[in-house]
Design a protein around this ligand. Structure first.
Ligand SMILES: O=C(O)CCC(=O)C(=O)O
Ligand SMILES: [Fe+2]
Length: 272
């Protein structure tokens, strides 16, 4: 599961993220500081805030003092830019394999008094024991400073090795939990099987996050982007079509009915 392909090893070395790759393997989470520029952080933050205002969603256990938004690709040009981040793509490939697809792109705003999110793992609809190969992985882009008082994500390092979700008493105890401590522009990642949640926000201000979740190509994404057609894709680099699984063998039924070039692509791709 944790072998690095030659091409990915080269990118990991170029990006200088060897330590992060090792931490993903051993502890099931990691942080890349300054993964996005201050300019990108500003533009992504205002888009997330605007769409949370519009959607008033209650995802991520947000019942008061905040809101969520989702299905973000195509709703502001900044989200396609966020998806193409080289740190994001390299670490997702490491954990979800080549040809990984976008599962969910959502945003959240938490304000003072917002309660913490219950301990869980993201691939918890896969029956336990989880397969050895990590099925999906979330990355969160910090758009504000993060620590426990600011309502940061909490993780329990090493729990991905249990290959199961936490039991109710383990959820209550959250033994060994630590906060993600990072500044705006940092990307934090946790394996699909890592136990995590968040701290309640006790201080004034806002915690704005962009949540980017991907899955191995064999699994089903959460969000359905079939409304983003060729007109949208023509405005994007080909990686975006790839992230939507448009070059996979799945979804045969259009013309040509069975496209064997896609079968060959998928067969090769999922093996690295
Ligand atoms: O809001 C957070 O800090 C964590 C959210 C979460 O569980 C996730 O994005 O997978
Ligand atoms: Fe989660």
């Amino acid at each position: 599961m944790y072998a690095l392909s030659e091409s990915l090893a080269g990118r990991v070395a170029e990006l200088g993220i060897e330590a992060q790759v090792k931490q993903m393997r051993d502890e099931g989470y990691t942080i890349v500081h300054d993964a996005y520029t201050a300019d990108q952080v500003g533009r992504i933050r205002s888009a997330v805030k605007r769409l949370c205002e519009e959607d008033q969603g209650n995802y991520f256990g947000i019942t008061a003092n905040g809101a969520s938004c989702d299905l973000l690709l195509g709703r502001d040009p900044v989200f396609a830019e966020a998806l193409l981040n080289p740190y994001l793509l390299a670490i997702q490939e490491y954990m979800c394999g080549r040809g990984f697809v976008l599962s969910q792109l959502s945003g959240s705003v938490r304000r003072q008094g917002s309660e913490g999110l219950t301990l869980h793992c993201d691939q918890d609809w896969i029956p336990a024991p989880f397969p050895e190969h990590n099925a999906m992985m979330t990355a969160c882009l910090a758009l504000d400073p993060l620590d426990a008082a600011h309502g940061s994500t909490k993780v329990i390092p090493g729990t991905h090795l249990h290959r199961r979700p936490p039991l109710p008493d383990e959820v209550q105890a959250a033994t060994g939990a630590i906060p993600i401590v990072a500044g705006p522009g940092a990307l934090s990642f946790w394996a699909g099987g890592l136990w995590h949640g968040s701290y309640g926000r006790t201080v004034p201000g806002e915690r704005v996050l962009l949540h980017l979740t991907f899955c191995r190509l064999a699994y089903r994404p959460v969000e359905d982007y079939s409304h983003l057609d060729d007109t949208f894709l023509a405005t994007q680099p080909p990686q975006i079509a790839g992230l939507l699984g448009r070059d996979l063998y799945f979804g045969n039924g259009q013309h040509p009915r069975i496209d064997m070039s896609r079968y060959e692509y998928m067969y090769e791709t999922c093996r690295r």
